[in-house]
Design a protein around this ligand. Structure first.
Ligand code: C2E
Ligand code: CA
Ligand code: CA
Length: 394
């Protein structure tokens, strides 16, 4: 399939230089020298947009906002002669706008770096359609529970030092009879709004405990991590029901890690703390998910009886093209260890990131470099063959 790139830069020399480089790699190239021309040329067929941040007639940030507003799925490469930190902030902004950024290049840059970024478009996962789902109704969700349409995928969390599977994270999908496989970002929020999240979580836990029992019987020893919605942490009677469900499945609560997002914890801190403390007393392990993305104070975080901290993938995925991300990851690991918390890094996509995390002392890694989330049968094969890249061995 033809790969198409659209370049916008007011300097013709740069446009030509990039055009030649991309064409040599077999790309179909179009160039624009101003934002108006860029807007005219831009179509949904473009795979990559190369955008100069500083142009005389517009600023690149405005242009980013324009691209985001028309729901373009092309990946973006940002270039500019401005300070690298400005480029990096623009990258963060683009991510916040929901745009996929392949990387940033400060002028002058090497053609090889440009080609490498362009090439990474072919290997990165296609962006998932998130807006395809029209409002999901209460009936549909209830029906999904009744008809067992929830499917659980598993992603391994690997102990970086021993290379053993330390835990698996259960990630729900919806096998919809008409709409196909739907990812959680498209329905978890709605289930929360409709007050149906506890039932959904209960269904996910039931499936995951059942699968865990099978893997246990086959001799595998690892914990099970479950995502818990903030809404669930407002119901004081939930810990007892959860405990009973886990005991009924023949699993001990100290094999279950409850992943709670940092922002979720803070919605009603007093109630969350009450619930989390009781869960810990019942033996469950607690993990603070998406760490670094909320706005909680350290003082609050330190009061949560957590066992583990999960560094959000937005930092881990940017470690190698964003100095600040690397600094945040390193410091988070040190801080967590001082607080006697185990550290999990999610979103580990490259061997390079894996090695940086190992060097920084991170305990556990999770991400595409090891395995994508897999359905139970595929995950059993994964366990059997342990087929992750040898390059990850330290
Ligand atoms: P999360 O808890 O932060 O889960 C990690 C997400 O990152 C997963 O997306 C996973 O597939 C993805 N991921 C894993 N490794 C990589 C990587 O190397 N690179 C990249 N780019 N992504 C990676 P998924 O499965 O679509 O889940 C999205 C979110 O939905 C989860 O984010 C979690 O917040 C929520 N979720 C999933 N299952 C459940 C559930 O059973 N209950 C609740 N309440 N929320 C759930
Ligand atoms: Ca999680
Ligand atoms: Ca996360």
């Amino acid at each position: 399939m033809t790969q198409r790139v659209l370049i916008v830069d007011d300097e013709p020399a740069i446009c030509n230089f990039l055009r030649e480089a991309a064409e040599t790699e077999g790309w179909e190239v179009q160039c624009a020298d101003c934002s108006d021309q860029f807007k005219q040329l831009l179509t949904k067929q473009h795979n990559v947009l190369v955008m100069d941040l500083m142009m005389p007639d517009t600023d690149g940030v405005e242009l980013l906002r324009y691209v985001a507003s028309i729901a373009i799925t092309a990946k973006i490469i940002l270039i500019s002669g401005v300070d690298r930190r400005v480029l990096q902030s623009a990258q963060v902004l683009a991510n916040t706008l929901g745009l996929g950024v392949l990387g940033v290049l400060s002028k002058p840059f090497r053609v090889a770096d440009f080609i490498a970024l362009l090439g990474s478009e072919l290997t990165t996962a296609p962006s998932r359609p998130t807006a395809t789902i029209q409002a999901i109704s209460r009936e549909e969700i209830e029906c999904a529970t009744r008809n067992n349409e929830w499917v659980v995928y598993y992603q391994p969390q690997i102990d970086i030092a021993t290379q053993e599977v330390s835990a698996i994270e259960a990630l729900v999908r919806w096998q919809h009879p008409q709409r196909g496989l739907i990812f959680p970002d498209s329905f978890i929020g709605q289930a929360e709004e409709l007050g149906l999240i506890e039932e959904l979580t209960r269904a996910v836990i039931a499936i995951a405990l059942c699968d865990l029992a099978i893997w246990r019987a086959q001799g595998y020893v690892f914990n099970l991590a479950i995502n818990i919605s903030a809404k669930t942490l407002t119901d004081l009677s939930w810990p007892d029901r959860l405990h009973q469900q886990v005991l009924d499945a023949g699993i001990t609560s100290d094999s279950v890690i409850l992943e709670v997002t940092e922002s979720g914890l803070m919605q009603d801190f007093a109630t969350s703390l009450d619930i989390l403390t009781r869960l810990r007393m019942k033996g469950f392990l607690l993990s603070i998910d998406d760490f670094g993305t909320g706005y909680s104070s350290m003082q609050q975080i330190m009061r949560v009886p957590a066992n583990e901290l999960k560094i959000d993938k937005s930092f881990v995925m940017n470690m190698h093209n964003h100095e600040n991300a690397q600094i945040i990851v390193d410091h988070t690991i040190q801080m967590a260890h001082k607080l006697r918390l185990r550290v999990v890094a999610e979103g580990v996509e490259t061997a390079e990131a894996w090695h940086s995390l190992a060097k920084a002392g991170c305990d556990i890694g999770q991400g595409y470099v090891i395995s994508r989330p897999l359905p139970a049968d595929k995950f059993t094969e994964f366990l059997r063959h342990r087929q992750w890249p040898a390059v990850l061995a330290l």
